[in-house]
Each structure stands twice: as C-alpha cells, then as structure tokens.
Design a protein around this ligand. Sequence first.
Ligand SMILES: Nc1nc2c(ncn2[C@@H]2O[C@H](COP(=O)(O)OP(=O)(O)OP(=O)(O)O)[C@@H](O)[C@H]2O)c(=O)[nH]1
Ligand SMILES: [Mg+2]
Ligand SMILES: [Zn+2]
Length: 215
Amino acid sequence: MTQVEVIEAVLGGNDEVAAQLRERFDAAGVRTLDIIGSPGSGKTALLEATLPALPSALRVGVLVGDLATRRDADRIARVASQVVQINTAGGCHLEAHHVEKGLAALDLAALDLLVIENVGNLICPVGWDLGQHAKVGVFSVAEGDDKPGKHPPLVLAADALVLTKSDLLPYVPFDRAFFEQDIRQMNPSVPILEVSALKGDLAPWLTWLEAFVAG
Ligand SMILES: Nc1nc2c(ncn2[C@@H]2O[C@H](COP(=O)(O)OP(=O)(O)OP(=O)(O)O)[C@@H](O)[C@H]2O)c(=O)[nH]1
Ligand SMILES: [Mg+2]
Ligand SMILES: [Zn+2]
C-alpha cells in the first residue's frame, strides 16, 4: 500500500511537470515531439537526415537522451543550431524533469519545433509524459516485422509510426503486410511513414512533420 502511494506520487510529480512544460511550449509557440524506438532503430539518423530537408525558416531544437556519452548530440549539432544531450545516469527513459533541465540550455523563443529523442527503449518511455504534443514511434525493417505486435503500448500511444531503413528491404526478411496488419489491429488510423534516412527518402515523414508543425 505504502509502495503504491510512493509510485503514484512520483508519477503525479512527472505529470505536473509535464503539464507545466506543455504550457511553456504553447506559450512560446513551440511544437514538441517525443521520438521513441529501440536502441539502434535509427532515431538519430532520421533527425540527421530530416533537419536539413525541412524549410530553412523552420527553427528546430533537439533534446537527446542517453544513458551515457554525448555522441548523438555531437551528430545532431552538425545540422541543428540548438542541441542538448541529457545523460540519464543509467535511467532507461526520459522523465519530464530531465526535459525541464534540458530547457535551461535552450532558447525556446527562438524555436518553432523541439524534437526529443528519447533513450533507445521501446517499452517504458511510452508511459512518461514529457509535455510533448505528439509521440512518434520508430521501427526499422532490420528489427523484424513482428515488433509492433510485441510492443502494443507504443503502437497504441503513437501519433505517427516511422518505418525506417527501407533501403534494407531487399536484404532482410520483412513482411510489410504483416507489419501493417498488426498495427491496424491496435491503431486503425495511425500514419505509417516508410523512410530511408540513409538514402534521404523521407517524403511521407516530411509531409506529416510539416503538417504537425503547422498545428
Ligand atoms: N541502412 C540503413 N541504416 C541506417 C538507417 N538509419 C540508421 N541506420 C544505421 O543504424 C544504426 C543506428 O542508427 P542510429 O541513428 O544511431 O540509431 P538510434 O535509434 O539513434 O540509436 P540509439 O540512440 O542508440 O538508441 C547506425 O549504424 C546507422 O547508420 C537507414 O535508413 N538505413
Ligand atoms: Mg540515437
Ligand atoms: Zn525506463
């Protein structure tokens, strides 16, 4: 009983901070995305390819979470003017207070879009509100076509699902219809956006993203 109360208090604290963050994003006119996918699914590569392909007037900042290192932030710094790496000290997901800390190093007034790359993890990041306006799930063809069926929470929570590394389709067994059927059973309307960050084939994702930024 006591333990349940402690857990509820922690989650309540997160939701409270997340609500404050959402108010700050709205007041600053910044649209915010939380990108969730397993380690190595291609989240950072997607951002590295996406940012230069967006209209140059769009001001984009990135918060990237990892257990250790600043490697992803260093990669993204080549294409974004504002980047912050959040090290979670072993934590397997970002929480709202991490984002709050990260914002201290960002100028929200100078942004139109804030992208949060969550810690590589398909599971628990889904349950933590970061004040985002949308959650994007990233799957890659290299992970196998069965992953959406095995990870319902992300599929249910996602506002869009990116299927990346499509350039590998000729080389790995991947049944696109099976992948889509699993998703549709859980989430009939979520957009499934097939891309290759490597090849720069991003059209459906860029279209979705530009509509999202426009609100
Ligand atoms: N063939 C191919 N490889 C890709 C593509 N996107 C990413 N990769 C490769 O996949 C590996 C992982 O990519 P990352 O972008 O680091 O993945 P991530 O999801 O950010 O990984 P974590 O931040 O560690 O969770 C790298 O070796 C990339 O070069 C793609 O579209 N096609
Ligand atoms: Mg990454
Ligand atoms: Zn976690």
